[in-house]
Design a binder for this molecule. Structure first.
Ligand SMILES: [Zn+2]
Length: 175
């Protein structure tokens, strides 16, 4: 094993979501740095001396969740446009507010919003997300920086008002 921190989570229920959908009622996971080395039942064996061992009776471990519909910029806009129909909420309030995003570096609104949203996703077990509508004022570089710094996986798609993919209300989603 490498010199990275080895963590062993034991005495835990594991929902593997592997090919056979195994659920291990009293198992353990051995993690070496950013890699899962072993998922098995019973007590861990051959654990390195420097490993950090954590007992989690009564807890359940699942794979990381994937958020397939996130808009990172909007975390800063909560509460600014409540109780409106979707079209008005988006066109009259949210998109104009997003268009006013400004700042650079650590102070960039797009960067701060991305960090807040990613922190919330990580806290609730989300390890990957799809952002399909990054506005140019958020800055894809700001978001990519936050993704890299915080260690989450992401699929990022930018859009702009000149994009041929601009949505028009009312929305008609394909089935
Ligand atoms: Zn959306």
């Amino acid at each position: 094993m490498s010199e990275a921190l080895v963590i062993v989570l034991k005495d835990v229920t594991l929902i593997t979501v592997d090919k056979s959908r195994r659920i291990i009622l009293n198992g353990h996971i051995v993690i070496d740095g950013s890699r899962i080395l072993r998922v098995a039942s019973g007590s861990p064996e051959n654990v390195p001396q420097h490993a950090k061992i954590i007992s989690l009776p009564g807890r359940i471990i699942i794979p990381g969740l994937i958020n397939t519909h996130a808009h990172l910029a909007q975390s800063l806009l909560r509460g600014l446009a409540e109780d409106l129909p979707l079209h008005s909420w988006l066109c009259d309030r949210i998109w104009p507010l997003e268009a006013a995003y400004a700042g650079e570096g650590d102070q960039a609104d797009g960067y701060v919003a991305a960090r807040l949203t990613i922190a919330e996703m990580l806290k609730s077990g989300t390890t990957c997300f799809l952002e399909a509508m990054l506005t140019h004022r958020s800055g894809i570089a700001n978001v990519a920086r936050a993704v890299k710094e915080m260690g989450i996986r992401a699929c990022l798609v930018s859009s702009s008002p000149s994009s041929s993919h601009t949505l028009r209300a009312p929305f008609h989603l394909p089935h």
